[in-house]
Design a protein around this ligand. Structure first.
Ligand SMILES: [Zn+2]
Length: 252
């Protein structure tokens, strides 16, 4: 399993794109979260990594929550798939995240489509653009060659962390969360743990830096602020466009 960060920043970032991960196994690619401008992010990261990976190769999006720095690319990405590729976007998310996805986020821009110039708009629905698959705590959900597990985090709005497993390897991702030792314990069974860090109600770097060394060694940071000192960090930050092999990722 391989991991390609398309963005590593937070909602206020000027230096980075918003945090978004492309995950691959056996040439199957999925995205974890989908911020704007997703296609530019995908292009720049794959060029940097020496990959040829266009949007047509993305088989699904796993969505952690509805803050714009995680979900603002869904509208344009789903429109692209509909009009250019004539397909729906498979979307994996918890029911609590799904609840406000359409009425609270997407409907304003996607509810109406004109079938032709001057024609009256037709009414569209979430299912016209997306194939929705619900994640559930305590149950692994298949997604191509991947198996997806979720767990709620401590955040302003419903948010789920993830464990993504393929061929015996597991990638953990905290999504956005306050510092939560029980969540870190849940993530720690993974071979590689991607964890957020930021200000306010987010997870402070100092709390993660105080974790036991074996855990820090298999942890990578994302969602860090522009001023975060990536060189001084005792936990390796992920970098945009840096291809990471999950099996070989432990620092020694
Ligand atoms: Zn958030």
């Amino acid at each position: 399993m391989r991991l390609l960060p398309l963005g590593v920043g937070d909602a206020f970032a000027a230096r980075y794109y918003s945090t978004c991960l492309a995950v691959e196994h056996d040439d199957h690619w999925i995205l974890v979260d989908c911020p704007h401008p997703i296609q530019k992010m995908l292009r720049e990261a794959t060029v940097q990594a020496g990959l040829t990976l266009g949007p047509e190769r993305i088989e699904a999006v796993v969505l952690t929550h509805l803050h714009a720095d995680h979900c603002s690319g869904l509208e344009s990405f789903a429109f692209f798939l509909r009009f250019v590729q004539q397909r729906k976007l498979p979307l994996y998310l918890h029911r609590d995240v799904l609840e406000e996805l359409w009425q609270g986020h997407l409907a304003a821009g996607m509810r109406h489509l004109q079938p032709a110039v001057g024609a009256p708009p037709i009414e569209m629905h979430l299912d016209d653009y997306f194939d929705v698959h619900l994640l559930e705590e305590g149950r692994a959900v298949p997604c191509g060659p991947f198996s997806l597990e979720c767990r709620h985090t401590l955040h302003h709005i419903p948010t789920t962390a993830l464990r993504i497993t393929a061929a015996g390897q597991t990638l953990g991702h905290s999504a956005d969360t306050s510092f939560d030792p029980t969540l870190i314990e849940w993530l720690s069974t993974a071979d590689l743990v991607v964890h957020e860090t930021n200000h306010g109600t987010h997870t402070p770097y100092s709390a993660l830096a105080a974790l036991p060394a074996p855990l820090r060694q298999k942890m990578r940071l994302v969602h860090y602020p522009d001023e975060f000192d990536v060189e001084a960090s005792v936990i390796a930050p992920l970098r945009q466009g840096e291809l990471v092999d999950v099996a070989k990722s432990q620092r020694v």
